[in-house]
Write a protein that binds this ligand. Structure first.
Ligand SMILES: [Zn+2]
Length: 354
């Protein structure tokens, strides 16, 4: 059997969100460091080669994201701890309480607020994505994992898996959320473009639409974003994006494909949608592929609105492998600790081809 090269980093374990705050209620959260350790254990046991990430500079990252967002994430927890809020109200994680929406500003310039608790909402669009002491190191470590994976593909590896944590596909150019901080898949696509691939496709199989990746490439003709996900129109995150009529804009018209699916979708219909996406990638003429590999569409995932099986994930990988493209698979969601490793492993088995 062909096996993937796996890239990982110890830094990815440093992010400990401690909670998510949803509709005002603090819950323990599910995006835990153990997700990464479980995946790594399973992949090592299955015989995949494992490599540590190498440090990379900020060049690609700062072209994908607004440099002010990157600087905010790098510094905000230190500013929060120094602000007195932890002593005042007992909150040691950065949580926004006010978001400056377009409706609030009504045309006024978006200023950088002085108070750190207000700045928190300038760059984050939900209350579920808390920043703690190791969040920056982990998110930046995930970027190093991703860039090391792209380097390995450039060196001739046909399939490299980036064990990136925290995930990234909900981050736009200048706003983070959805348990994501920096958009690893977008960094991979941009780095592949920089490495000489004229056209790159991003296929997102996470249960949720990757609104961040879509937004980052929405105006561009050189990167196709294609996603199958639970229908945001039926009330699912990210609610405001992921609809079928979002097909790209300007030069990017036609280079965005959303296939929203009903809650409860099983393998058959999910794989039909995946097949449509694979055909679109072929027609697009991509010379490299990024897979946003979320395994939270699996039936046993606590976050899952979809009912995909292990066999479904393996067959999805095999269908994408038929494209014959050098592939970087980047970890996104997936929260069931007992099966997250095996779901990733079977998908890589499919992606590695016969
Ligand atoms: Zn997800």
């Amino acid at each position: 059997m062909n096996r993937a090269l796996v890239v990982r980093s110890e830094a990815c374990l440093l992010h400990v969100p401690s909670a998510e705050i949803w509709v005002g209620v603090r819950t323990p959260g599910t995006e835990l460091p153990e997700r990464a350790t479980r995946i790594e254990q399973t992949l090592r046991a299955a015989g995949h080669r494992v490599r540590d990430a190498a440090a990379h500079d900020d060049d690609v990252l700062l072209r994908v994201h607004d440099p002010r967002l990157v600087e905010h994430l790098r510094t905000v927890h230190g500013r929060w701890m120094a602000s007195g809020i932890p002593e005042l109200v007992g909150q040691d994680r950065v949580v926004p309480y006010l978001m400056p929406t377009a409706g609030m500003l009504d045309g006024l310039p978006e200023r950088e607020p002085v108070a750190v608790h207000a700045a928190a909402g300038r760059w984050c669009y939900d209350t579920m994505t808390l920043v703690g002491p190791g969040t920056w190191e982990a998110a930046r470590g995930a970027v190093d994992v991703t860039l090391t994976a792209v380097d390995a593909v450039g060196g001739g590896e046909p399939l490299v898996y980036a064990l990136a944590r925290p995930p990234g596909h909900h981050v736009t150019r200048s706003a983070y959320g959805g348990s994501c901080y920096l958009n690893n898949a977008a960094v991979a696509a941009q780095a592949l473009r920089d490495a000489g691939h004229d056209r790159v496709a991003v296929v997102d199989v996470d249960a949720h639409h990757g609104n961040g990746t879509q937004a980052l490439f929405y105006d561009r003709a050189d990167v196709l974003y294609a996603s199958l996900h639970v229908d945001p129109g039926a009330g699912w995150f990210p609610h405001y994006a992921g609809f079928a009529d979002e097909t790209g804009r300007g030069a990017g018209a036609g280079a965005n494909l959303n296939l929203p699916l009903p809650e409860g979708t099983e393998d058959g219909r999910w794989l039909e949608a995946l097949d449509r996406i694979a055909s679109a990638v072929g027609a697009f003429g991509a010379s490299a592929l990024v897979v946003s590999l979320g395994v939270d569409a699996a039936a046993d995932d606590p976050e899952s609105p979809l009912q995909v099986t292990h066999d479904g994930y393996e067959r999805a990988g095999a269908r994408l492998a038929e494209l014959g493209l050098p592939t970087v698979a980047v970890q996104e969601g997936g929260y069931h600790l007992d099966t997250i490793g095996s779901l990733v492993e079977v998908t890589l088995r499919g992606l590695a081809g016969p």
